[in-house]
Design a protein around this ligand. Structure first.
Ligand code: NAD
Length: 248
């Protein structure tokens, strides 16, 4: 077990990639705090049989809200320092070019995708004498993409923020990010549903991926567990692209 009794915080931990990351750390012996603002998904997570072994603590928390973050992180650190922080929470609600993106939507995407990494890291780093932080960005933060200006900008910000944090907190805290390609989750399903022809759009995406399939949540969890482990002891400020070759 690579993370026996390590204390791990996962934002957006109730669904999709975050939920599988939670499962991955628990499987490796960690105590995990899952933060999410979706009450129903959080309840499902809490009551799922594989998570009832006393190694998971669920917190209702909007990680874009500073007061919420301060309150919940305050509860977490009363039990001790945090070893691993996974900043995973994100949304992709307004996939539009700049002229059609309202100022409100622009702000909403940045507030939900970029600001939580600042807020949660700010609250946790003083309580992380040593450890590792992994931020979940996106290949769209590297390449940009059509009709996703705010989302791409927010994820480009995550990549840059990761590098600055890696410099600021070395040598005691390693900070890396992961850029997933298209991963089969609720977020991806909602994206294709918004397209004129979801089936054709899914086929088009898969066809463009050299490894000819969508990513699974497990593909991302494996990369997270690697970067968080001592196997990555000399890796900081890196951006690990996990996309089946999509950006090649
Ligand atoms: N699925 C993909 O294809 C894909 C690709 C690249 C990057 N990503 C990134 O991976 C991360 C996870 O995506 P996913 O596909 O699992 O999404 P998802 O929508 O399936 O799950 C996201 C989870 O985060 C939670 N969340 C969102 N904003 C929150 C907030 N402010 N406070 C608390 N909880 C919040 C949601 O309630 C949900 O449980 C996101 O940052 C996303 O941008 C996803």
């Amino acid at each position: 077990m690579k993370f026996r009794n390590k204390r791990v915080v996962v934002t957006g931990g109730a669904a999709g990639i975050g939920k599988d990351i939670v499962a991955g750390f628990i499987h490796e012996g960690a105590f995990v705090h899952a933060l999410d603002f979706d009450t129903e998904m959080l309840h499902r997570l809490r009551t799922e049989k594989r998570f009832t072994g006393g190694r998971l603590c669920c917190h209702l928390c909007n990680v874009a809200n500073e007061q919420d973050v301060i309150r919940v992180v305050g509860e977490i650190i009363t039990e001790g320092a945090v070893d691993v922080l996974i900043n995973n929470a994100g949304i992709n609600h307004s996939p539009l070019p700049v002229p059609q993106t309202s100022a409100v939507d622009w702000q909403r995407i940045l507030t939900n995708n970029l600001s939580p990494i600042h807020l949660v890291s700010k609250a946790i780093i003083p309580n992380m004498p040593q450890g590792t932080i992994i931020n979940i960005a996106s290949i769209l933060g590297l390449t940009g993409g059509r009709s996703c200006s705010a989302y791409s900008a927010s994820k480009g910000g995550v990549i840059a923020l990761t590098k600055s944090m890696a410099l600021d907190h070395a040598p005691t805290i390693r900070v890396n990010c992961i850029c997933p390609g298209a991963v089969s989750t609720q977020m991806f399903e909602e994206y294709v549903k918004r397209c004129d022809d979801p089936v054709t759009e899914t086929k088009r995406i898969v066809e463009a991926i050299p490894l000819k399939r969508l990513g699974t949540v497990r593909d991302i969890t494996k990369a997270v567990l690697f970067l968080a482990s001592d196997d990555a002891a000399w890796i900081t400020g890196a951006n690990l692209v996990v996309d089946g070759g999509d950006t090649l």
